[in-house]
Design a protein around this ligand. Structure first.
Ligand SMILES: [Zn+2]
Ligand SMILES: [Zn+2]
Length: 145
């Protein structure tokens, strides 16, 4: 039974992270934290950009939770696991597939093409406002046609 609870916590955390990222992207990154996030909407100079501090922050949080829960493998460990999985998927889809931060990886998968289209729309603007499509894994259905 415990295993099912742990899986449920992990999956719920992944889903929560998509909603949470959408929220902070829309209201904080394109709001008071725009001075950091704008580095992701402009031409990158070098491999890193200041916006990466958000990814590092989530990674630290995930590792910290996993560390707290690692002896008992309690809920904190699975929260950290969910954040890590979301972060990894986000990195592969967003940084690698959409922004080609490594050697391009191509796909004709309908889902991947859809989220890329949606995210490119988000990047059409290099300004704080207006912008749309703040989520990553979930986007408006129109981009998947
Ligand atoms: Zn943005
Ligand atoms: Zn992006």
């Amino acid at each position: 039974m415990q295993i099912l609870i742990n899986i449920a916590i992990t999956i719920a955390t992944i889903a929560f992270m998509e909603a949470f990222s959408w929220f902070i992207h829309k209201y904080l990154f394109h709001g008071p934290l725009w001075f950091i996030h704008k580095t992701h909407h402009q031409q990158r100079h070098g491999w890193f950009e200041l916006n990466d501090v958000f990814s590092i922050g989530f990674a630290v949080l995930a590792l910290w939770l996993m560390w707290l829960g690692h002896t008992m493998l309690d809920y904190r460990f699975w929260l950290g696991t969910g954040i890590s999985i979301y972060g990894t998927v986000y990195f592969i889809f967003h940084d690698w597939f959409i922004h080609n931060r490594f050697k391009a990886f191509r796909s004709t998968n309908r889902y991947l093409m859809g989220i890329r289209r949606a995210h490119k729309i988000h990047h059409k603007s290099t300004e704080k406002n207006p912008s749309e499509e703040f989520g990553l894994l979930v986007a408006s259905r129109k981009w998947f046609k």
